[in-house]
Design a protein around this ligand. Sequence first.
Ligand code: NDP
Length: 297
Amino acid sequence: HPGINRIDGKKTAAALRERIAGHVARLKADHGLTPGLAVVIVGEDPASQVYVRNKVKQTGEAGMNSLHFALPADTPEADLLAKIAELNADETVHGILVQLPLPGHIDANKVIDTIDPAKDVDGFHVVNAGRLATGTGGLIPCTPRGCLMLLKQTVGDLSGKRAIIVGRSNIVGKPMAQLLLGENATVTIAHSRTADLADEVARADIVVAAVGRAHLIKGDWIKPGATVIDVGMNRVDAPEKGPGKTRLVGDVDYEAAAAHAGAITPVPGGVGPMTIACLLANTLVAACRQAGLEDPR
Ligand code: NDP
């Protein structure tokens, strides 16, 4: 039955958002606390605008306060840093997210490291990266956090599993590797200089693809029964939908891989919705910690 091994990220994300909304309602009732998320976007990148719109919308739907700052593309770096400093000092703001990519004249690392680590709901600040690497708490990047939830829900115990992560970015690949290590998987990290990617992938019980190249990972590379998580979001031409039309595809050749995999995430409808739900989860956690309350469970 085709589609039987499809991992439904949309459904899992909806359930997670509902749980978060319940926590938010109780926080309000019991402590008079409303978690607040500030999203800052610089410039007019169309994909970024869609992400930001969804983030703002879902924050509101979960009962949280949502602040949205759209700054012009030519905003000087100093002005952006000043905006972040202002949000760091604002007690009604528990989470700060600066949408990437930033225009070329702004140093993204400098921006990220200006965010108070306690409010860094993307988990990109060096303090949070260091906390993850040393297993000492901190805020965990949303996309890998969402991938891990899907993996645990699908596979159960990850201990001793062979996992390969294709991609080593600071925002997906590296934190994903740390999370899987934390679950006692045996982790391989592949990248553009990996000698025989097909061979590496074929050994893995768990494949996480975070590259940004349409259908780089072929179906017949996948070990029979493996679990495949496709982070990639690649826009490709779709003449079958009409002239000039496009569609989103992952880094994995879905149809071919689904014939081998035990379970696989689709694109769209897999990792994407989990990323936003995990952003809400991080905002909730950040608000609780800033108020001296225990983490919600
Ligand atoms: P980056 O471009 O930062 O990193 C890509 C990684 O892939 C690099 O480590 C690069 O290797 C590696 N790579 C490139 N070409 C190859 C190749 N031929 N073989 C093996 N490895 C290769 O991307 P991100 O991590 O930011 O994002 C990856 C993908 O995930 C993108 O499609 C992005 O849109 C998507 N994404 C989706 C999210 C979601 O919510 N679903 C959230 C974030 C990202 P090297 O280091 O050697 O250059």
